[in-house]
Write a protein that binds this ligand. Structure first.
Ligand code: AMP
Length: 404
């Protein structure tokens, strides 16, 4: 079965084509600057030459058509016909309280995703454009949606409610949802299998630290708590996002700096985090380089980032009354040995003993970075959100085809 995975943004669209018999990627790529005369299509077929094309692509339907044209291209294509694609899976950021797992797309599901536009105004409308663009180009191909929030729907009220008037939850569903759910779920399962223990017996803290960053307390395979909330702004310090701050900073800054709400929102989402403190970059690679060169602000940014992450790990150890393993994943978690070192060497009180040499090794795969016998283990597990979407889509479409 061949499955196309789509991650649609408002002006971009990423795709990966999977052969599910061996879960191999046949081709991947992206379309950027949708809506412009000079949109860019990047196409990377497995075993063939990569292609970069600049051309007018004004909406998502055309973007999908161009992607399909590439996939069946006589020279660079990997398929004979687009009809070989048996299902399409989409990433959808917000599933609200309506979706606690992936679902097959139908009219009711589309209505519900639209109803959730309010909660994710930047993301869900773009995902809907992706779904409609696939419908327009491949009207008979079944589609599924996989949500960033679904895994965290197991959080109890004590985790997901904010201590603010209940009417705001009842009327507007203001609560904590959490994000990066596919990644937290995937690395939890991989960690259990790597450790050779049932997930249902493990207490894990999963740290998805990339451009956006969140950690989760995964108790016996279920999300007990996670650091992102109503939006992906809460929690850890990130590349350009502040993470946790005193909410009173919002009205205070608006008054002092004469800023509008939207300007403060933009400040907290786009001009805070590593970028704001270092004054150099939101990218951990550049922060680390500047720190090694002795830059004071980069050093401060790194230390704050590490400190805030370590506090969350400590909090989640308390939330679960102990932990068995900490999992590092995503761009920073998988690649920054310096960050992992700084976090782990200050967690000896938990019984975590870092293996410095193992931590420095750059073999890219799943690995343990604690010493044999360490009471709490630390692991690096590369995440794969596209594969989660492909697998869920495969399971949903295959299963429902057999039920019908
Ligand atoms: P992601 O959002 O998971 O793609 O992560 C992207 C982020 O990972 C980048 O912005 C970098 O900050 C970080 N990153 C990627 N490679 C490295 C590396 N070798 N060392 C440190 N950070 C890295």
């Amino acid at each position: 079965m061949i499955i196309l995975v789509i991650n649609a943004g408002s002006s971009s669209l990423k795709f990966q084509l999977y052969q599910m018999t061996d879960e191999s990627v046949l081709a991947k790529g992206k379309v950027e600057r949708i809506g412009m005369e000079s949109a860019i299509l990047t196409y990377e077929p497995e075993g063939k030459q990569d292609i970069r094309e600049v051309r007018e692509i004004l909406e998502h339907t055309t973007a999908i058509r161009r992607v399909l044209d590439m996939l069946v291209h006589p020279e660079f294509g990997v398929l004979q016909s687009a009809a070989q694609i048996e299902a399409v899976g989409h990433r959808v950021v917000h599933g609200g309280e309506s979706f606690s797992s992936s679902v097959r797309v139908n009219e009711e599901v589309k209505r519900e995703i639209k109803r959730l536009f309010d909660l994710a105004p930047l993301h869900n409308p773009a995902h809907m454009l992706g779904i409609q663009a696939v419908e327009a180009n491949m009207p008979n191909t079944p589609q599924a949606v996989v949500f960033d929030t679904a895994f965290h729907q197991t959080m109890p009220e004590t985790s997901y409610l904010y201590p603010i008037p209940m009417v705001l939850y009842k009327k507007h569903k203001i609560r904590r949802y959490g994000f990066h759910g596919m990644s937290h779920a995937y690395v939890s399962e991989r960690a259990a299998s790597f450790l050779g223990r049932p997930l249902s017996e493990l207490k894990l803290v999963t740290c998805h630290i990339g451009n956006g960053a969140s950690c989760a307390a995964v108790l016996h395979g279920q999300s007990l708590d996670t650091s992102m909330g109503l939006t992906p702004l809460e929690g850890l310090m990130m590349g350009t996002r502040s993470g946790d701050i005193d909410p009173a900073i919002v009205p205070f800054t608006m008054g002092k700096e004469d800023l509008t709400l939207s300007e403060v929102n933009s400040m907290l989402n786009k001009h805070s985090g590593l970028m704001a403190i270092s004054g150099i970059s939101s990218d951990m690679r550049e922060i680390t380089q500047a720190m090694e060169a002795g830059d004071r602000n980069a050093t401060l940014a790194f230390k704050m980032y590490e400190y805030r992450l370590r506090k969350y790990i400590g909090a989640y150890a308390a939330a679960m009354n102990g932990i068995d393993a900490i999992v590092f994943t995503a761009g920073v978690g998988e690649n920054s040995a310096v960050l992992r070192d700084a976090v782990c060497r200050n967690l000896t009180f938990l019984g975590l003993e870092l293996d410095e040499a193992a931590n420095m090794r750059r073999d890219g795969g799943e690995r343990v970075i604690t010493k044999p016998g360490s009471r709490v283990q630390a692991l690096v597990i590369p995440t794969n959100e596209e594969l989660v979407i492909a697998r869920d889509t495969h399971r949903l479409i295959f299963k429902s085809n057999h039920v019908e």
